[in-house]
Design a protein around this ligand. Structure first.
Ligand code: SF4
Length: 130
């Protein structure tokens, strides 16, 4: 799980010395992260195509990480409508939202639905040729 550092007996049965050592190691990892002053995010996260999204909310219901995907009010041609919005820092890149969107309005960066379909077509073509 991202952003959680484990220490002590939640990892395994430890005596007090081992627990203190694990706590020190976790503190050192946290200090190293904070010292950088920034966090690098995984680029392979979901992205919503707003020209296709119609705000069904299926993706929000399917999302595996609370807050990674939300419906937000957006102004489209003078009307307030709801559209999906990804919070990249919380997105796991799992693709659960991609699978349930009836409009194909969500893709994972670096692994779009078109790329995935092309990969499956090639696998099927190679299987048929063999
Ligand atoms: S890729 Fe997974 S974590 Fe990210 S928005 Fe979609 S369902 Fe949520």
């Amino acid at each position: 799980m991202g952003g959680v550092l484990l220490a002590g007996t939640c990892q395994a049965p430890f005596d007090i010395g081992e627990s203190v050592s694990a706590a020190g190691a976790a503190a050192a990892k946290a200090a190293a992260l904070l010292a950088r002053g920034h966090v690098e995010l995984d680029p392979f996260v979901a992205e919503v195509d707003l020209s296709r999204c119609n705000g069904t909310g299926n993706c929000v219901a399917a999302c595996l990480n609370d807050g990674a995907l939300t419906l937000v009010d957006t102004n489209v041609e003078g009307q307030t409508v709801q559209r999906a919005q990804v919070t990249p820092a919380l997105c796991l890149g799992c693709g659960a939202c991609v699978a349930v969107c009836p409009e194909n309005a969500i893709n994972i960066n670096g692994m779009t639905l078109k790329q995935y379909e092309a990969m499956v077509d090639m696998i099927v073509a190679e299987t048929e040729a063999a």
